[in-house]
Structure formats: structure tokens, C-alpha cells
Design a protein around this ligand. Structure first.
Ligand code: NI
Length: 135
């Protein structure tokens, strides 16, 4: 019997979406306001979901204290109040879209969570726009 446990988290970060191979006009056309050369911020809402069997001794799928600490140390402390393009090495050459941020978050957490458990990431860039990545 598989159960999914979820933990919400939050970080604020700045980014700029652009493709350096393209003209300013094409970047503006494709990325709109997100291509602003002076960056802009988002209030990212993160949901980390872990699915697996209920452990017979604890009744837990995963100890939420451990998940909370992992998200704080690996994600919130790393991304919060950062300029993603300039300060996070993974985005030096990778566009920091919600899609790519969700993949980077999944990669950071996957190696720290028991491989018997499934991991999925839901990332809200705005209250209406969100992405999911399950690996
Ligand atoms: Ni944006």
C-alpha cells in the first residue's frame, strides 16, 4: 500500500529568461517580461512529494522532520533571495524556467532520499502557473 506524503516550502528568487543565441527581439517575443535584462523576482512555492510504503514500526512513509531539514538545507538555503542566473551554478548555462528549476530541485533531493521512495516535485512560479517533475 503506497501513500504519498507532501511537504510545502517557499523561496523568493530572481531570474531572467533568455537564449544568448537569439536577438533581443526574439527573446522579448518568446519570453516576454521574463526576458527583462535587469531581472525580476518570483515567489516560488514548492511541494515535495514522497511516495512509498508505510513503515510498519513507525507508521511513516518518511520522517517529515528529516524531509523538512533536507528541503531547508538543500533548496531553501541555496535558492532563497538569490539571482538564479548569476548565483546558482546549474543555471550558468541553463535557462532558469520553472521546468528547469524543478529538475534541478529533483536532482538535488533524489540522492538524499531512500531510493525505495518515489520523489516528485511541484513548483509554482505564480499562483496559476506550476510544473511537476517525477524524474
Ligand atoms: Ni519570470
Amino acid at each position: 500500500m503506497k501513500v504519498t506524503v507532501n511537504r510545502k516550502a517557499h523561496f523568493n528568487a530572481a531570474h531572467r529568461l533568455y537564449n544568448c543565441e537569439w536577438s533581443d527581439a526574439r527573446n522579448a517575443e518568446v519570453f516576454g517580461k521574463c526576458a527583462n535584462p535587469n531581472y525580476h523576482g518570483h515567489n516560488y512555492e514548492l511541494i515535495v512529494s514522497v511516495r512509498g510504503d508505510i513503515h510498519p514500526e513507525t507508521g511513516f512513509v518518511m520522517d517529515m522532520k528529516i524531509l523538512k531539514k533536507l528541503i531547508k538545507e538543500e533548496i531553501e538555503d541555496v535558492f532563497d533571495h538569490k539571482n538564479l542566473n548569476e548565483e546558482i551554478k546549474e543555471f550558468a548555462t541553463l535557462n532558469p524556467t520553472a521546468e528547469n528549476i524543478s529538475v534541478i530541485i529533483w536532482n538535488k533531493l533524489r540522492s538524499k532520499i531512500d531510493s525505495k521512495l518515489d520523489l516528485s516535485i511541484t513548483l509554482y512560479e505564480t499562483p496559476r502557473n506550476f510544473v511537476t517533475f517525477k524524474g
